[in-house]
Design a protein around this ligand. Sequence first.
Ligand code: PMP
Length: 286
Amino acid sequence: MRTVYVNGAYLPEDEAKVSIFDRGFLMADGVYEVTSVLGGKLVDFAGHAERLKRSLSELDMAAPMDDPALLEVHRELVRLNGIDEGMVYLQITRGAPGDRDFVFPDPEETPATVVLFTQSKPGLAANPGAKQGIKVIGIEDQRWGRRDIKTVQLLYPSMGKMMAKAAGADDAWMIEDGHVTEGTSNNAYIVKGGAIITRHLGTEILHGITRAAVLRFAREAQMVVEERPFTIEEAQQADEAFITSATTFVMPVVEIDGAPVGGGKVGPVATRLREIYIEESRKAAV
Ligand code: PMP
């Protein structure tokens, strides 16, 4: 059985409890982070800690602990659960005031709820799926307007994954005003004539920690990066396509709405970026 963390305590997972009045449960009033683990170490913890602080501050929530304390909890859970490859999930909600009320509770009286747990995923880095690539479909982006805040409102992305599954695909790319915003749980990219194209940052997408690292590595390797919107049609005609996220790293996309991309085969740019990302992440993990 797993050991999880809830509000200061390390407990067996079946003993960890959160109130039914928790605003995370009642109102999706909470934020989260997912940090991957490679070789028992945390990948880009600093990036995730930084984005967490930004998500909290955008929602007028105070950080319940500082970065070193947060790192300690992450490390302790990895140690207690013997995680070699996998991830640490962290969620912070606005806590559990006595009554259900739209108005935010006074933070002096209602402390945040802090929950962390691990998921073991052996083979995360050596994932054979990365050699095959994945299939995506395009769906309308019907999420709220502040996708740059990493909130736990994941119903529409969850519905998107189900739409993909029903269509025989692996994931969905969301489209707004004719342009791709991002994948249901990842950032979206195409490669054309050697240039890596991905949507620019803004409130329309989550600012992926993996995205930042991959674009940095790409630029360091003298690759051309264009941060701009693109359409599904442009993606279907691209040389390559791929996604990035903390748990998939760089994952090639070989089919979009039934049309093969790059002849339906995994291309060299996505393959190279995946190698560089995993290699550099291992080196810098803490
Ligand atoms: N976009 C969305 C909507 C996501 O949910 C995620 C992963 N949580 C990402 C992008 C990728 O972000 P990261 O690289 O930080 O995992």
